[in-house]
Design a protein around this ligand. Structure first.
Ligand SMILES: Nc1ncnc2c1ncn2[C@@H]1O[C@H](COP(=O)(O)OP(=O)(O)OP(=O)(O)O)[C@@H](O)[C@H]1O
Ligand SMILES: [Mg+2]
Length: 318
């Protein structure tokens, strides 16, 4: 449904995204997850034909976003990051205005507005001025607007940002409802958000795709590739040999600081051999002051990516 190949975008000299590639299949709900400045909005703006890429290609339902933008826009409903609404307009008036901009006939507009008002739970608010709506309600007006031409695909850039927990729950529920009929790609910088809403996730940071798959697949991969860190006091060689005898231990690298050996232990198939290591230390009377997964969870992995992006950001700034 969506195919993105090697998208790269420079803003002037600044590289925002580099060789971003991914696919979204029909009917999927995919989370585009990354810290601030990762390149989420840039990618989504290119996909929705708001901005050209510097290089690479992208297609939506078989149409090229650069050369067939009218066809692409017809199939995409886009909720931008900071959605500009007209505060002085009433909800229905605004949607009617948006329908006119899309060249919809009065009849089409009328039935489309009834439909999206219903789908976005706006029934009681259609005559309210937008300025009087809460942030969550405004976001629903934005969603209704994105849905007006009944697109196959919805592209939602941080749809719950700035909302309170109750509104976040409502919006998530609405997105889940919309996902029954539309392919959805949504961005977020919050892992639990994507975990709660999406079937699959694409993790982006520093303008590059770092991982993709279902949350569980990514979690398995990280745990599978994870290593243990152990800090043990005692004779280095003896400790290393003993650890390598543990069933499942594959490789040990040690650095020594003062009397402590900091061991980085790789286990086969991501097996957890912490208990055996603790038992070994106890049996031999070696001191043990740390024993943990080097990367224990998706959260840590994500925090690590975020931290790396932060570090990179620091060197970037003037
Ligand atoms: N119009 C612009 N001109 C110059 N640089 C830009 C512009 N828009 C974004 N950038 C830079 O491009 C990079 C990617 O920005 P982008 O807005 O795509 O990130 P994001 O993942 O959407 O972040 P956020 O979570 O803060 O919305 C950042 O380093 C940002 O500073
Ligand atoms: Mg953004």
């Amino acid at each position: 449904m969506i195919k993105v190949r090697n998208l790269t975008k420079y803003y002037g000299p600044h590289l925002a995204i580099e060789n971003v590639s991914f696919r979204v299949n029909e009917g999927e709900i995919v989370g585009f997850l990354g810290p601030n400045g990762a390149g989420k909005s840039t990618t989504l703006r290119i996909l929705t034909c708001f901005m050209p890429a510097t290089s690479g290609s992208a297609s939506v339902a078989g149409y090229d976003v650069f050369t067939q933008s009218i066809e692409v826009r017809r199939r995409i409903g886009y909720l931008p990051e900071s959605n500009p609404l007209y505060p002085e307009m009433r909800v229905k008036e605004y949607l009617n205005f948006r329908g006119k901009l899309r060249s919809m006939t009065p009849n089409d507009r009328s039935s489309a507005i009834n439909n999206v008002v219903d789908r976005c739970w706006l029934g009681d608010f259609i005559d309210r001025p937008i300025s009087q709506l809460s942030k969550g309600m405004k976001q629903r007006v934005g969603l209704a607007d994105a849905l007006l031409h009944n697109p196959q695909i919805l592209v939602l850039d941080e749809p719950t940002i700035g909302l309170d927990p109750a509104q976040i729950r409502e919006t998530r529920r609405l997105i889940a409802e919309l996902a029954k009929k539309h392919t959805i790609i949504l961005s977020s910088h919050i892992l639990p958000e994507v975990e709660a809403t999406c079937q699959r996730t694409i993790i982006i940071s520093n303008g590059r795709v770092q991982a993709s798959g279902t949350i569980n697949e990514i979690r398995d991969r990280i745990t599978g590739a994870s290593r243990l860190i152990a800090e043990i006091r005692g004779p280095k060689q003896e400790i290393e040999n003993a650890i390598l005898q543990i069933d499942g231990a594959k490789k040990v690298d040690t650095t020594v600081t003062e009397n402590w050996n900091r061991l980085r232990i790789e286990s086969a198939d991501g097996r957890d051999i912490r208990e055996q290591i603790a038992a070994l230390a106890a049996k031999n009377n070696w001191g043990l002051r740390e024993l943990k997964h080097e990367i224990g969870s998706l959260e840590e992995y994500f925090i690590q990516i975020t931290a790396e992006a932060g570090e990179a950001g620091k060197t970037d700034s003037p």
